[in-house]
Design a protein around this ligand. Structure first.
Ligand code: GDP
Ligand code: MG
Length: 265
């Protein structure tokens, strides 16, 4: 809506540490790639440790510079998570709308954040992959095989053991029957827990900008100015060792500054 105002932006962006959490293969890296570069990769390699990206979000009254820690969802990396969510002002907890176990995992991340993260942390609950509910591809993959199984194969992930898939997709199913997490249920859970709630598709881009825009709107610059130094030192970051401390690296800023559409800026 305010596209084209970049040169008239307020001078100082507020740096905001945001952490992405969720089960492996729900689309965390894809959501952030869509937000930062407006791209989608069909076969994304799993994140190891964590990746660091930045993107600016220009609102009418402020500019937020997101420092995004995209964590690995595998259980073996769980113990690293506090390093990323500690001192974070915001978190996006992502699940896959076609996989019930990923919603349960999202709820457990929310609980952990409520107990252990900054008490003022803004949490967004995000149901990703809604394109599978409507697209031809979703219907096709449902009739060929269980769509969740192809994701499982890719994620090479021990945390799915025993939870397998609760996907309801069946041969000849329509897209909507692939849905394993009811929107109303997730929304009600989000309301109870005072979370922002969105459904997205990193593949089509549906809803992705909104997640970050709504988080940006809720960010209180005073909170940010009072925070301590970020402590996720980036030891586990897998971006060619470039992430040496949140705020010191700006991998994506080149793209960010060239894009006016991110965050409705
Ligand atoms: N159809 C569809 N596939 C997606 C979407 N987001 C991610 N994927 C695919 O799901 C797989 C896992 O994505 P990735 O971003 O690596 O998940 P992460 O482990 O949570 O970071 C990849 O094959 C992606 O291409 C989406 O919105 N729709
Ligand atoms: Mg990833």
């Amino acid at each position: 809506m305010s596209a084209g105002q970049s040169s008239a932006a307020p001078a100082k962006p507020f740096q905001t540490k945001l952490v992405l959490l969720g089960e492996a293969a729900v689309g965390k890296s894809s959501v952030v790639l869509r937000f930062v570069s407006n791209e989608f990769a069909e076969n994304k390699e799993p994140t190891i440790g964590a990746a660091f990206l930045t993107q600016k979000c220009r609102l009418e009254d402020k500019v937020i510079k997101f420092e995004i820690w995209d964590t690995a969802g595998q259980e073996r990396f769980h113990s690293l998570a506090p390093m990323y969510y500690r001192n974070a002002q915001a978190s996006a907890v992502i699940y896959d709308v076609t996989k019930a176990s990923s919603f349960e995992k999202a709820k457990s991340w929310v609980k952990e954040l409520q107990r252990q993260a900054n008490p003022n942390i803004i949490i967004a609950l995000v149901g990703n992959k809604i394109d599978l509910l409507t697209s031809e591809a979703g219907v096709e993959s449902a009739s060929e095989s269980n769509p969740a199984s192809s994701e499982d194969a890719e994620e090479d992930d021990e945390d799915d053991e025993g939870t397998a898939t609760a996907t309801t997709g069946a041969a000849g199913a329509s897209g909507e029957t692939l849905r394993a997490v009811a929107k109303e249920e997730a929304k009600a859970y989000a309301e109870e827990n005072e979370l922002l709630f969105f459904e997205t598709s990193a593949k089509t881009g549906d809803g992705v900008i909104e997640v970050f825009t709504e988080i940006a709107k809720k960010i209180n610059p005073q909170d940010i100015e009072q925070r301590g130094a970020p402590d996720a030192g980036g030891a586990a970051a897998n971006r060619s060792g470039r992430a040496q401390g949140a705020g010191s690296v700006d991998i994506a800023d080149g793209q960010a500054s060239g894009r006016q559409d991110a965050c409705n800026c």
